[in-house]
Design a protein around this ligand. Sequence first.
Ligand SMILES: Cc1cc2nc3c(=O)[nH]c(=O)nc-3n(C[C@H](O)[C@H](O)[C@H](O)COP(=O)(O)O)c2cc1C
Length: 370
Amino acid sequence: MSQLFSPTTLGQLQLKNRIAIAPMCQYSAVDGLATDWHMIHLGNLALSGAALLMLEATAVSPEGRISAYDLGLWSDEHVQALQPVVAAIRRHSPIRLAVQIAHAGRKASSAVPWEGGANIAPEHGGWQTVAPSAVPHADGETVPLALDEAGLAKVKADFVATARRVHALGIEAIELHGAHGYLLHQFLSPLSNQRTDRYGGSLENRMRFPLEVFAAVREAVPREVAVGVRISASDWVEGGWDVAQSVVFANALKALGTDFMHVSSGGVSPRQKIPVGPGYQIGFAERIRRETGLPTIGVGLITEPEQAESIVLQGQADMVALARGILYDPRWPWHAAAKLGAQVDAPPQYWRSQPHNLKQLFGETRLGQR
Ligand SMILES: Cc1cc2nc3c(=O)[nH]c(=O)nc-3n(C[C@H](O)[C@H](O)[C@H](O)COP(=O)(O)O)c2cc1C
């Protein structure tokens, strides 16, 4: 009996298996509005057999975008643009949905990511970036504005309003982007947070704003909506954020009612040295899970079915999230189910139209009807 294909829960959200699709920016939105790319890209992944599809980093405000092409949910117009995508997925797939709500802080920019630029200065058509402190992400990048009390209140209100829009779309989970050097991570890390007020300095102070945002979001949506946080468990820089602080943060989130932790790493400093390799971040997930008891999602070069099975079987994480692996092979869960002798959802259209082909490949019992 495969553990990877056994059910689990994130808060009140019930999931058929332990496979999540990690949030992946598509740089295909127009003024933050979903386009037909979202329909085909997310529609394709919705048929993968994974249990949870996490939508890309979705900006809570226009100036929170890392590029001019990010998805956003800062107005009701954005809800209307995403609604047909959600409706189509609902009609054709049992997959559960999450949106990663995000503000990129000092990494925000109107730059075109694939042309190598980041952080275009306002005088060159970018927008004013904000951050905990007036410290740029990298030398030579534009200097962000340190958020004052009014600025902090606005960012928090933007997260809350966006969470309400996710709920209005009928989406069952929300992930706060607290990883990869985005704004909430910038508050956590001493490398980017050099404030001397109650939002900077000690660990307690650096955690304060992310915890306030989490608490406000948690309160803004009903309990049945799973709310969790993606963190970078390490900055991979001496003197930066690390896994011990991550455990303290996760326990503080637990007290506020987080339903899950999604454990990544890096992104706050160009000085980072990440030892990339198979499952390179899973040790962080394992420690956070062990020391908090929270449902935990592991991510990062999880590409092999046996590797994913072992991660959940050994209790290193409750779920695995795949990003590049599932872009490369959008039927990864089918292939994993075939290898592990498990059953997975397949769209009835495929099953009905080509029963012999599918049976030949996967055997009689492997592809379940939902
Ligand atoms: C195209 C692409 C876009 C990504 N966008 C996001 C994002 O919007 N939010 C986020 O937290 N991580 C993002 N990531 C990181 C992935 O979610 C994931 O953590 C990382 O790729 C490692 O997983 P993998 O080895 O399975 O690809 C992105 C990765 C890729 C490849």
